[in-house]
Design a protein. Sequence first.
Length: 233
Amino acid sequence: MADIDPRISKNLTAQNDEYYNSIEDQHSKGAISLTIGAKAYQEAMHECISEKKSQLFKKAAHWYEISAQLGNGQAATNLGYMYQFGRLGTKDMEEAARWYEIGSGLGNEEACYKLGDCYYYASGKPHDAEQAYQWYCKANYLARKHCDYKNPEDNAVIGSIYLRLATSIEHGAGDFENEDRLAAAYQLYKSAEQQLRAAEYGGITWYRKQLEKAREGVQRTEQYRSPDEVFDF
């Protein structure tokens, strides 16, 4: 989930969106509506009264959809998360996959790896390990262009992508010989571990299970590490 942009949020509250200007939002490519949605989402996550929580999640989805319509890939991705985790009622993986597909089409790396997950785990999409791998590769390509390796949230995204690439390659995806495959998987698991650990040090603690999986992958493939060969992904 994207953070609230402090340059915008100072003029907004969850109760009062009178400062919203659709023309400015168009010029910002949905950054304003994304920020309003993110603010409502964060408030919903801290709300204890179920009725208010539900209203805030609906508000978040409303603004995310406006933002996505203006071409904001993060907003589309956030909607995918909302449907995946049942923030609007019951979980709906087909609708989640639809929004991840929209987000990936708008160039969002998170949407790409989440769409890859839909194919890998047959959740909202038919199982297709090769299709999943291609989406993980695209996510990696976009992350290289967009992500800041000094930003903990971006560390979490990059680490998540590396973990998925490593898992896919270890289990047969990509064009690798046997030992090269496991050496490549090791390199990616190790990189995933480093990025997810950096995210945790930066306060992003909800990726801890992924960090554990990366460490397990390192242990499984460490014997195949190739100090003389570095794979470029």
